[in-house]
Design a protein around this ligand. Structure first.
Ligand code: NAI
Length: 334
């Protein structure tokens, strides 16, 4: 058997942690490679993480090489090949955006530094905790020795939600859909883009026109139903389930890391990656793009045409990311 991959998961005692750890230990994220899990919690969350660690032992996963719980970032990130930053400070009633960014800066700055100082040279980081894009930006800014492209933010759940909504609308299997994209911020301003998507090889645009009786009907479904449904799905889940998305978020994290390490097989997916200036997105912002993974790295898909509507929506979401960067800069967090 190969050498174990060391995976550090923050917020491991929370609800995403509970859905995520068992999938990693089962081999869903890294295939037939053993994993060592290092769980980081704040002191109040340690007991919950320890309970989850006991259940991981009781699952007798053949690929689980060990599990440890820490409340100290330096130890938790020691030797990490993969860091899944799930724990974050949630927005509470009456909290302004600046307060939220500041509270999370206090988490993701020190964690970025701990990754810089203690993780393995090949570390790959996925930020799940919200506001995910800007938290990733903050963490990367505190890790000058780690190449910036190793820091990513999760928009795969948005991507998967878009696939699911399209699959339902067209009554076509998810597995046959290719080249959907999420652009921008993991927030309600994101732009889910179907303009280049195909289903079983057929352009989705034509399929939607058939389904919704012409171009106007298809456009109305896209603008009035599809885009807001995907962008606001998190709120819908909270309303129906009484708690925020957990298993689907964990599943998206599994998809993101599996594709990053093993490569994408079937066209585009979406990930928040550090912008290299592609599509006019200011360099350094952690922005969701259509991406492919090969040679162990994410690559932004180039040359994707966007009509005026798409370009305006993407610009608005990118502007929100730029504002968030300005706000954390003003707070001295980067
Ligand atoms: P949760 O509240 O159930 O668990 C969060 C855990 O993080 C808690 O156990 C808490 O003690 C821990 N934590 C807080 N600060 C920490 C720190 N400094 N170090 C280590 N652990 C810390 O929350 P849940 O449902 O697991 O969600 C986690 C985050 O993921 C939230 O920020 C949520 O908004 C975000 N999220 C992101 C999604 C995405 O698509 N990017 C989708 C769904 C959730």
């Amino acid at each position: 058997m190969s050498h174990p991959i060391t995976v550090t998961i923050t917020g491991a005692g929370g609800q995403i942690g509970y859905a995520l750890l068992f999938r990693i230990a089962s081999g869903a994220m890294f295939g037939d490679t053993p994993v060592r899990l290092q769980l980081l919690e704040i002191p109040q969350g340690v007991k919950a993480a320890e309970g989850t660690a006991l259940e991981l032992q009781d699952s007798a996963f053949p690929l689980l090489a060990g599990v440890e719980v820490y409340d100290d970032a330096a130890r938790a990130f020691d030797g990490a090949n993969v860091a899944l930053l799930v724990g974050a400070r949630p927005r509470t009633a009456g909290m302004e955006r600046g307060d939220l960014l500041e509270a999370n800066g206090g988490i993701f700055g020190p964690q970025g530094k701990a990754i810089n100082d203690h993780a393995a040279d090949d570390v790959r980081v996925l930020v799940v905790g919200n506001p995910a894009n800007t938290n990733a930006l903050i963490a990367a800014a505190h890790a000058p020795d780690v190449p910036a492209d190793r820091f990513t933010a999760m928009t795969r759940l948005d991507h998967n939600r878009a696939l699911a909504q399209l699959s339902i609308a067209l009554d076509t299997p998810v597995g046959g859909i290719r080249d959907v994209a999420i652009w921008g911020n993991h927030s309600a301003t994101q732009y889910p883009d179907l303009a280049h998507a195909t289903a079983a090889g057929d352009p989705v645009t034509g399929l939607l026109e058939n389904r919704f009786e012409g171009a106007d009907g298809a456009r109305e479904w896209l603008v009035e139903t599809f885009i807001p449904r995907v962008a606001n799905r998190g709120a819908e889940i909270i309303e129906v389930r009484g708690a925020s998305s957990a298993a689907s978020a964990a599943s998206a994290a599994v998809d993101h890391m599996r594709d990053w390490t093993a490569g994408t097989q079937a066209g585009w997916t979406s990930a928040g990656v550090v912008s290299d200036g592609s599509y006019g997105v200011p360099e350094g912002l952690v922005c969701s793009f259509p991406v492919e993974s090969f040679d162990g790295a994410w690559h932004i898909v180039q040359g994707v045409e966007r009509d005026a509507f798409a370009a305006a929506r993407i610009e608005a979401s990118v502007a929100e990311l730029a504002e968030e960067r300005e706000a954390v800069r003003a707070l001295g967090l980067i």
